[in-house]
Each structure stands twice: as C-alpha cells, then as structure tokens.
Design a protein around this ligand. Sequence first.
Ligand code: GP9
Ligand code: MN
Length: 687
Amino acid sequence: MSSNIKKSRRFLNTKFGFFVLIVALFWLKTYFAYNVDFTLGAKGGIQNFLLAINPIPAALLIFGIALYFKGKLAYWLMLIIDLIESIWLFANIVYYREFSDFLSFGVIKGSGDVQNNLGKSLAEIIHPLDFIVFLDIIVLIILLLFKFIKVDHSPFKKKNAFAMTILSFVLIFAEFGIANANRSGLLTRTFDNNYIVKYLGLNEYAAFNGYQTYKESKTRSEAKPSDIKPVLDYLKKNRSSPNMEYFGKAKGKNVFVIHLESFQQFLINYKVDGKEVTPNLNKFYGNKNTLSFDNFYHQVSQGKTSDAEMMLENSLFGLPQGSAMVSYGTQNTYQAAPAILSQRGYSTAAFHGDVPSFWNRDNTYKSWGYQYFFDSDYYTEKPSYSVGYGLKDKIFFKDSAKYIQKLPQPFYAKLITLTNHYPYELDKQNISFPATKTGDDTVDPYVQTAHYLDQAFGEFVNYLNKTGLMKNSMIVLYGDHYGISNNHRPAIAQLLHKKNITSYDLAQFQKVPFMIHMNGLKGGIDHTYGGEIDVLPTLLHLLGIKDDNTIQFGNDLLSPNRSQVVAFRNGDLVSPKYTIIGGTVYNTENGSVINPNPSQQKEIKSMQNHVTTELSLSDKVILGDLLRFYNPKGFTKVNKKDFNYKYSSAMKQLDKIDKDKKSSLLSKLRKNNTDNLYTTNAPELKK
Ligand code: GP9
Ligand code: MN
C-alpha cells in the first residue's frame, strides 16, 4: 500500500504527473459544472458519453502547451492556463444562471449594447459556491509552495510534448466525428450553444464562437454605408402598392401569429381512413372571414424555423448556410415587426415552449424589439408535459393564456408550436388518430402529431372566442417549413396518390399554409403565388401601416400588381407559369417539362435574375449589417438594452403597465384570471 502511495507521489513529482493531475482536476470540475450549473439535456448513451469525456481533448491540447517549457515556468504556465480556463467556466456558470445560455463573444464585445444588463445584476446572481471552480488551483499552489509536490526540473522531451499535441487533435476530431454522427449539421446549422457544449465542450464552443464572431465582424467591417444604395434602388423598382380594399382593415387589432411547426399545405383537408387530419384548421381555412393562400411556399434553408422567423418578421431571407439568427442575431441592427409595431403602441411578445437559447432567440428577439419572450422558463415543466424539443402544444397554448391575458392591448403575439416536429413522437395517451401506412416510419406518424396540433389549435380558438379576443384580433397562421423531407420520395408518392414523384412535385410539396382571419375580413381562397418573405408587408398593409421606408424584400400578397416569382433559398423558383428546379423548367400548371423557345428563355432569364438579385441583396443586408447605416423615417433604432426576459422583470413590468393603461384582457373583463374560459382535454392536466 505505502509503496503505491510512494509510487504515485513520485509520479506527481514529475512534470507529466503534475500535468495529468491538473487536467484530471479540470475535467472533474467541468463535468461537475455540466451537471450542476447547466441544463444540457444529454439523452442516451452517446450524448452522455460525449458529455463526460468532452473536457479532456481540449484540456490536453491547451495544458499541453506547458509541456514545451522548462522547469518552474512549465508549472506556472499550467496554473495560469487553469486560471484562465476557470474564469471562462465561472463566467459561463454565472451568465447561464441568468440567461440559460453560454456567453458569446458577441455578447462580451457588445458590452454597451447587448450585454443584457449583466453588470447591474452580477452581484445578485453570483453564489459563493461558484468560486469552488478556483479551489483546485489554490490547492495546487499550496501543494507546490509547501513542496508536497516538487517541481521537476528535468526537461520534458519536445518529442513527447509534440505527441501530446497530436494526440489531442486526434481526440478532438474523433469527438467531433461521433458528435456529428449523432447530430448532423452540428456546426454548419449551429442550432444552439447548449448543443455545442453538450457534444464538444466549453473550449470547443469558445473556439467555434470566436471563429464565427471573427467572420461576422469581418464582413461587417468591410461593409460601408453606400452598400445600402443598390438595395434601395432594387426595392424602389420592386415594391408593390397596397390593395386599398384591404389596407388598414385590421388597424388597431391585436395580432396573433401562430407558427404551425413543420406543417405542410397538403395536410389541409387531407384524410386518412376517411377522417380529416386537421378538422379545426380546415374549418378555419374555409371560413368566410379567412383569407387562405393555397400557393404559398416556405423558403427556408438550413436555419429551418429560424429562417422562417427571419423572413416573417423582417422580410429578409435566411442565409444560404447556417442560421442568420444564430450568427447575426445578436449584433445586427434590424427593423423587424415587433419594433415597427411597438413604436405604434403595440405590446409585443413571443411564446415558445423550448429553451430560450435555441436558434439564439434570447438575443435575436431583443434585436428585433420583442418586449417579452415567454420561453420554457415561464411554463410549468414536468417530464410528462414535454416531448421532443419541449412543451406539448395543448399545454403550451393553455399555459400561454396566463400571459396573454396580461398583455397590454393591442398586442402582437407570436406563438411557436413544437409537437409536430420530426421525429413526430407522441405518447400513447395523446394519440387519437391513425398513422398513415406508407411503411416509412419517419413519415407515418406525421399526421398524428399534426392532428394533435390541430386539436391544440382548436382549444385555443375556443378560448379566443370565449374571452372575446377573437373579435378584436387578427389571427395569422403559417407553416414554417416541410415536415417530410425530399428523402422520402416513395412515401410522398403514396401520400399524394402518385406513381412517380418528380422534382416538380417536390417543389409543389413545399407549400405551407398561410391564413389570415379576422371578423369582418373578406376571406376566400387566394391563388396568388408567394412565400414567407411576403408576410410582413402583407400584415403591415392590413394594419394600415404604409411603410415604404423599411427594407423589405417581399411584397404584399394582396397587392394587385405584385411579382409572383417565389424564390427558394437555393435559387430555384416557382411562379404561376414556370417552376424552375436545378435548371429544368416545368410548366407550373401541369408539371410537364418545357423546352423554352427564345421568347420564353428571355422571360425565364429575367425571373432567374430577379431571384438571384433579391437573394444576394438580402444576404448583403445581413452579412454587412447594412441596416445600421439606414435610418428610415418614422422608425427608431432598437435599443437592445431596453429588454430583459427574466420572469420577475416581465411580470413586474406587465403589472405596472396594466395599472396605468388598464388595457389587458384581464382589466377589460375585470377578472383575476381566465382559467375557467380555457378548456383542454390534455390528459396531463386532468386533476
Ligand atoms: C426549436 C424549434 C425547432 O425551438 O423551433 O426548430 P426547427 O428544428 O424546426 O428548425
Ligand atoms: Mn420548424
């Protein structure tokens, strides 16, 4: 026994021994913080394995630098590296407690603008126990000072130090390989900082975030004020005038924007075994006061939901790669719907049952001017309440009413649903619809979660009717993107009752619902061709806001003289006449391939030019952060510091405003709550 102790002391007295000890301690405390201070949501063997080992490869690399140095210097270096690493860990622990997200260089850099009011509350959010992350450093210093561990003066072979560097790189790549196999697109699509830490670790996250911030500031610093000129010239030519029959029809109304997750147009009036998948949405679609668009396409790329949100609220396209909300949401200047409307007396709120960091919503929403963001922290969480990414839709809508009833009216409220998300999981007690029988396991449960979403929507509509909100609100519904990807051709063929699926069919399969409902609105099925980019101008015109100054790439779907060329993010397009996919031209009416004659070629060329121009100009606006150079009349630049999405601040603010304005639903109804007006059959909520 004692010889073992001797042996290990001898080992610790070597430089390599000290290196192993300091890395092991660093690993332990990081893993401890992963479990205690962060909610990383590791599920399954692979994710838990990666979470446990992911601090090691980067630690070997960084602490390993010290191995190249001699004597005491090497020890000091290891301690200094440990200190820097621990400060990074400490800062993240504290920041995470407040924001459920990791620190980004964008946040650190923008100390004035986007620091999220951190300074003010720092003292309140630090716990004494947080300092434990520095304990190992203190202990190691004491052990060295009192010579319990002796400094090894003999040189560590450069060859071995180099081998350690190589080994750590090999491990980092291996780690990335396993991570990417488990979550493809981890770094290209970016998603959520929590994911990068969960899979790769805090150091890798810092490196990746640093690289992204570098890239982002480079494009920003290269841009100049005159770059906005071609954008303005383009918009001047392409803006369409409002339809006076509809202009201002919704003036002063509340606006509900309901995001139907992964919901495709083909589901509308679709039947399985003779039963409607979405009876409530179908009724809404056919209502005489609903404007329903049946040639409306999603235009997202890798950023999926976040691309849809970017288009809907800014009329700017997502980027060809990654998510603009993640890379350009924190720092950029925007002129988004919430900002435009709040400057006209609206209160603005987003509701979503997922963590606030996903798609960087917590930061981006501030840039867009959202006053409130009711994220998963605002909802009661129980394991049975969630599936997949978060709260089940019935519970989400029901619990959102708690906050809707307090919002000062008129309000702009966006509710993002979640349950109808790949892989379309739902627990047995909530399944009340037959799956399709294509034999494709990914596709078949899609109608079941869509049916569940429809029921949740139906319950919410009941609530709107009972509370009277329906009467003074405009309800906007949209599907964000496809639910069934193009990889499922045979199943798609069966669903659409077709023998073969062509690229033309797949393009038409990208239609998603877009509906606008309001009491007294002249409804009907509108066949105009459009997409997500067109939503903002449409809504603004309905609200009576003629806003020719802000930069919007879409045009009002109700406008009589609009261009009906719909750009897909990859440059393909659909128009009433032609559908152009990968260079092949189809007749949009019947899907037949066209060999264009010279005059058709000219027409096609001009459509393609239109699409590439609008996509590239929109990209320039985001990549160069061009809106910072542009101050349209009637618009005040958003100050991100105005917003704080902490539960307690939001509640305080809502109460305060309502005391003055008495415009919330509760005040109008003279009630303390509207619980008894919300009926849900969610089994989880049964008493
Ligand atoms: C997560 C949700 C899903 O919060 O919005 O995003 P998606 O995977 O559809 O892009
Ligand atoms: Mn989505």
